[in-house]
Design a protein around this ligand. Structure first.
Ligand code: NAD
Ligand code: G3P
Length: 364
């Protein structure tokens, strides 16, 4: 059954209507929203590790993920399971939607169940704090080589609650194999969910991970009562830092101007639905990090990714004073007002970094 927002009686679509099976691994807010979206077109089964999530989704009297995505009914065609095997069996596409810190373990378990013709799409946004690996690096470490060319990454400005409601959304699908990105693009696009594609996996992954750090920074700024000028400066100069770090790690700078970079950065820095931004607002208003985290069921990936980004920038000698300041406020208890003064009083520079100009000349 389609929700009213998913249905469009005037649709004259050139989009494919092919129906396959989609398996979703992870029954958090994003896994559930993507499962609701996928089930409008495909047979969809979502695996959740929490029994109460599986029961609530499958119970005809509830039909809702009351733990992670309250207030959004799931369509009749969507089924939840506590068995990973059941979710992935016969699925052409498997959406992997677990927080970064659980990706290695979850995918090690999943590896035994996967077939070489299946496509795994990571929808996670973060950088491992233990190994400083992106999700792509984790997946290529834990999955058999036969699957490496079948990996894709979905990122871009997409709040789970809005996707669940069928509000128009655009995302990017990245895969080193253009053919794989094109297949996922074709299977996941609908009249409410438009997928673009790219082969810049590194750029798409780093955009999605690093924007979470800046969203905490924007939240802190708003929590402190700093104004719109400060927020716009944080977003724009934050994007420069994201771009410098991503380019140093092999991304193309133009990817950072797209949906997975600027698009998601703007959404998360300004949208009140953002968990990362909310953590920042509460920090800016004087709450302590532990109390904030303890009060949340949901993950705010930027908390740990700020640490990973700090380590990576230091290791690569990339200047990232804003992300560094955010890291110090989150993890070292630095006073955000002092950080702002420090950042504002650094030696004055040109607006565009020469390393970006050089990288921009490379083919996209
Ligand atoms: N929520 C959104 O709007 C949204 C949008 C785009 C991307 N994302 C990204 O999707 C990823 C998942 O986020 P979410 O919003 O679905 O999660 P969530 O915060 O709603 O829920 C937490 C998730 O963590 C899982 N979890 C907790 N402990 C675990 C363990 N020990 N092992 C395995 N899994 C465990 C839970 O089962 C649940 O799926 C994150 O990387 C997030 O940044 C989220
Ligand atoms: O709620 P957040 O801050 O985890 O952001 C969710 C998505 O990444 C937005 O695209």
């Amino acid at each position: 059954m389609m929700s009213a927002a998913h249905a469009d009686p005037h649709e004259t679509s050139s989009l494919s209507k092919e129906r396959v099976k989609v398996g979703v691994i992870g029954g958090g807010a994003w896994g559930t929203a993507l499962a609701i979206h996928a089930s409008a077109r495909h047979e969809t089964v979502v695996y959740a590790r929490e029994t109460d999530v599986v029961e609530a989704i499958n119970d005809p009297a509830v039909r809702e993920n009351t733990t992670f995505l309250k207030g959004h009914k799931v369509p009749e065609g969507l089924r939840a399971t506590g068995s990973m095997a059941e979710a992935v069996e016969h699925a052409e596409v498997i959406l992997m939607v677990v927080p970064t810190q659980f990706v290695a373990r979850t995918m090690t378990d999943l590896a035994k169940l996967l077939k070489p013709n299946q496509i795994v799409v990571s929808c996670t946004k973060g950088i491992s704090v233990d190994s400083l690996e992106t999700v792509n690096q984790i997946l290529t470490r834990v999955l058999p080589e036969a699957l490496h060319s079948r990996l894709a990454y979905l990122s871009g400005p997409s709040f789970a609650a809005e996707v669940a409601k069928g509000i128009p959304t655009a995302v990017t699908i990245a895969s080193k194999e253009d053919e794989v990105a094109a297949r996922v693009q074709d299977l996941l696009s609908t009249n409410r969910f438009r997928c673009y594609r790219t082969t810049d996996v590194q750029g798409v992954e780093l955009g999605g991970a690093l924007k979470n750090v800046l969203a905490i920074g924007c939240g802190i700024s708003d929590g402190l009562g700093f104004g719109c000028n400060g927020r716009a400066a944080l977003i724009t100069r934050g994007l420069s830092e994201m771009t410098r770090l991503a380019v140093a790690l092999g991304a193309h700078p133009l990817t950072m101007q797209g949906l997975a970079g600027m698009g998601d950065l703007v959404l998360t820095c300004t949208g009140d639905l953002s968990r990362n931004r909310t953590v920042g607002v509460r920090l800016g208003m004087g709450e302590n990090l532990k109390d904030i985290i303890d009060s949340m069921k949901a993950v705010a990936e930027g908390v740990l990714t700020s640490q990973s980004a700090h380590q990576l920038a230091k290791k690569l000698g990339v200047s990232a004073p804003i992300m560094d300041g955010i890291y110090r406020v989150i993890h070292e208890g630095a006073d955000a007002r002092n950080i702002v003064s420090e950042v504002m009083c650094r030696p004055l520079t040109a607006e565009v970094d020469p390393s970006i100009l050089q990288a921009a000349a490379r083919p996209a």
